[in-house]
Design a binder for this molecule. Structure first.
Ligand code: ADP
Length: 499
């Protein structure tokens, strides 16, 4: 069985403690993907020392040259797209169509970063004085700790690391313990593309040890975290105490709102993809379907038939629609919510159990599940499940639908199906989410637009697009006075102003 290594201080190395963990295929637990370092604080310590050396070199490399490395990374990802998608499906389960999309998002992010190397705009603004210039520019911060989840094993690390690196920072990367192969391949590609070795450090291991050592390390001033709201709270408390710059991307309880005038077929296609794609394990998954009274019964009955017809199985096999959940804990959590929903009086319309079909017995599969007659305020309607469970809620008026959408503690994405342009525009303005889709599902972010949510989904930062470059750089201002005289801002131009 293949034993993988960390990449620390410019070389592929075994963990200091010599211990390893196994990574298994969630569609078939007898398939061991490999052994990975169970690293600890000593590995993080070495990585930090080395990353600062890498930073000193990299921050002096011109941004367009850093952009050239990003372009080569993108080129190599294009070449290895199929191989990465295949291994990603093997280690986390979602079907190949989806893992190819995941790699593509990394490619898009690489090319966007490459272009940004020739922008990274600052401002030149008029000074209030004569013969004086004022300007701002972006400078790197230092070493960034990158902690990522299992559900987008390539897209999320690239969203974080490519902008961080383009800005001139060094990165210490801890992939989620369920998807270490994709992380390994990404670092291989970054090195092959010509990234100076000490600029990237890869430290495998579990969150409570490696993740916590990164978050607590005084010489890692920037942390970017995507994961559960519970872990995000722990990370946030530590970073607040230590005055670290922190980007948090956490949970969602995203809704699709379907109005009577919507195209039902389009809405059904959208909700199937939004709710059951990636087995519901996306922060943008559709977990609430809020349907207007007039279209409700027809839509729900057609939707149930379609959900029952989805094919569960190994994501590497042709024809598979839905893969397994990531691990035993995820499966048990989904099962708990089936009990919770039934206890609250919601109607279980389909799914609600593990499948019995041959080929599913060795993995963490769970049937696509739909609850109807869910009422606003139930736990089923309020809490993130992170599995293939959809709650249907009935509404009468636009105001009621918007209120149900907004009345949760999260605010990542929402989606509205209507042909009424006034309702569509009101949704974009009034729904409390970072992203609202019209006539498209709650999932579908593009790499060149800012991604993130409001309320307890995040802490105000955005990934992707132009905004993420603000997070990974410090704004520095330069004033240049070439008048040869002392010019006092706010004073000399205003002498003689009457009291
Ligand atoms: P998910 O439910 O999506 O797996 P987690 O929040 O458990 O979300 O994990 C997201 C990432 O955070 C993973 O890489 C995990 O190892 C890491 N992690 C878990 N616990 C901690 C912690 N206490 N400190 C830092 N990182 C952690």
């Amino acid at each position: 069985m293949k034993q993988f290594r960390n990449f620390v201080a410019g070389e592929w190395v075994a963990p200091a403690g010599g211990e390893y963990f196994e990574n298994r295929n969630p569609a078939d637990m007898s398939d061991v993907v490999g052994q990975f370092p169970l690293s600890g604080a000593a590995d993080v310590e070495r990585a930090v020392e080395s990353a600062w050396r890498g930073f000193e070199l990299w921050r002096r490399t011109p941004a367009p040259a850093r952009g050239d490395v990003m372009r080569r990374i993108g080129d190599l990802m294009v070449k290895r797209k199929e191989e990465i998608a295949d291994q990603m499906t093997r280690e986390m389960g979602k079907p190949l169509t989806e893992t190819r999309g995941d790699v593509q998002e990394g490619i898009d992010t690489a090319y966007y970063a490459a272009g940004e190397g020739r922008r990274l705009f600052g401002h030149t603004v008029p000074s209030e004085m004569r013969n004086k210039w004022a300007m701002s520019y972006r400078r790197p911060i230092g070493v960034c700790g990158i902690i990522t989840p299992f559900n987008f094993p390539m897209a999320i690390p690239t969203w974080k690391m490519f902008p961080a690196l383009l800005c001139g920072n060094a990165c210490i990367f801890k992939p989620a313990e369920d998807v270490p192969v994709t992380g390994h391949m990404l670092v291989e590609i970054m090195l092959e593309a010509g990234l100076p070795p000490e600029v990237i450090q890869l430290v495998h291991g579990v969150g409570e040890s490696v993740g916590a050592a990164i978050v607590n390390h005084p010489r890692i001033p920037v942390i970017s975290f995507t994961g559960s709201t519970e872990t995000g709270r722990i990370v946030g408390e530590i970073c607040g105490r230590m005055h670290k710059r922190l980007s948090l991307e956490m949970g969602g309880k995203n809704a699709m709102l379907v109005f009577d005038d919507a195209d039902p077929e389009l809405a059904i296609e959208g909700v199937l993809w939004g709710a059951f794609g990636t087995t519901g394990q996306r922060c943008t998954a559709t977990s609430r379907l809020i349907v207007q009274d007039g279209i409700h019964d027809e839509l729900v009955s057609r939707l149930i038939d379609r959900a029952r017809a989805l094919k569960l199985g190994d994501g590497r096999k042709k024809g598979t629609d839905v893969g397994p959940l990531i691990n035993q804990n995820a499966l048990e959590k989904v099962e708990r919510y089936i009990d919770i929903g039934q206890g609250e009086g919601a109607d279980l319309m389909c799914g609600g159990q593990r499948p019995t079909a041959p080929g599913t017995e060795k993995g963490f599969f769970f049937e696509p599940t739909i609850f109807a007659r869910v009422r606003a305020g139930m736990r089923l309607e309020q809490e993130e499940i992170f599995g293939p469970v959809l709650s249907v809620i009935r509404f009468q008026t636009v105001d009621e639908a918007f209120a149900i959408n907004n009345d949760v503690r999260y605010g990542l994405s929402s989606s509205v199906y209507t042909r009424d342009v006034n309702v569509a525009m009101r949704a974009i303005v009034e729904l409390d989410n970072g992203i609202t889709y019209i006539n498209a599902p709650t999932i579908g972010a593009e790499a060149h637009l800012p991604f993130g949510g409001v309320k307890q989904t995040g802490n105000g930062h955005r990934e992707g697009g132009w905004e993420v470059y603000e997070f990974y750089s410090e704004t520095k201002v330069g004033y240049l006075d070439f008048s040869g005289a002392l010019q006092r801002a706010q004073i000399d131009n205003y002498l003689g102003t009457p009291d």
